[in-house]
Design a binder for this molecule. Structure first.
Ligand code: PGA
Length: 256
């Protein structure tokens, strides 16, 4: 594959460095498609943000070419703002529908998000989410991004490796970074419900994608700091089946 620049292992983690965001998306989508072909009722953990967009574009292309079907696939998104209406354009449910679900054949009842209406109790919603994940047999493959502060999902530092789905308060840094999707920073919700790190680490396989120089230092710390709550992504070092697919710029510091 011409687009692959480098492939190596740090601790247990397989690292693949590719030349562009498009190549990152294609590589991750190829792996997801392979797993889908091996298990048509696969349970996927999915994330939002800018990073997975090329992955979703490639998955949609595979679906359009009839290479894969999502008819029996179940999805659990990692997180959602709280409180928020699914019809709100800033909600992650809205983004996932726009960027993936409306363009593939997944049945709506197979799509899961934490219940994040103002009327939903976050404690009940979190417990229910864990229950639904367990009932579906657990997450087979989780596609994650990474925040500049090394959060996975919305597990802001400090985050414990055994944390479960829960309500969290977003840090000012995360709200500032996410304000690019809102008119003003005041509009960025202060809370979210996120799968815990423990929930994420229970996934049978994890693919983490990262692109851009802003993630380069974060990726370095995630791989080279001892697992600790202040760099939540360091706990991925303990996972037995985890792969980082990095666009060249995000790998800059580890290739130095
Ligand atoms: P991004 O967000 O993909 O928009 O950079 C990643 C994250 O915060 O997990």
């Amino acid at each position: 594959m011409g687009m692959l620049i480098n492939k190596f292992k740090i601790h247990n983690i397989e690292i693949e460095v590719v030349e562009s965001k498009k190549a990152m998306g294609l590589r991750a989508a190829e792996m997801i498609a392979e797993r889908m072909l091996a298990k048509n009722d696969i349970v996927l953990g999915l994330s939002t943000g800018s990073t997975p967009l090329p992955v979703y574009a490639a998955l949609i292309a595979f679906y359009t070419k009839k290479m894969i079907s999502f008819k029996d696939v179940k999805t659990f998104n990692l997180d959602e703002y709280y409180p928020i209406e699914p019809s709100n354009k800033q909600s992650y449910q809205y983004a996932m529908k726009r960027d993936l679900f409306s363009q593939i054949d997944i049945p709506p009842e197979n799509i899961h998000f934490p219940d994040c209406l103002i009327s939903d109790s976050p404690v009940k919603a979190s417990r229910n989410y864990e229950h639904l994940i367990a009932k579906s047999g657990g997450i087979d493959l989780l596609l994650g991004g990474i925040g500049q502060n090394a959060h996975i999902g919305f597990n802001e530092p400090p985050a414990q490796s055994d944390s479960r789905t829960r309500l969290i308060e977003l840090t000012e840094e995360t709200r500032k970074i996410n304000s690019r999707f809102f008119a003003t920073i005041e509009e960025v919700p202060q809370y979210a419900i996120t799968m815990g790190l423990g929930t994420i680490l229970d996934s049978k396989e994890i693919i983490l994608c990262a692109s851009g120089t802003a993630k380069s230092e974060t990726i370095y710390k995630a791989l080279w700091e001892k697992p600790n709550p202040n760099v939540p992504a360091t706990y991925l070092q303990n996972h037995q089946n985890c792969r980082f697919i990095l666009e060249r710029a995000a790998a800059g510091r580890i290739l130095d």
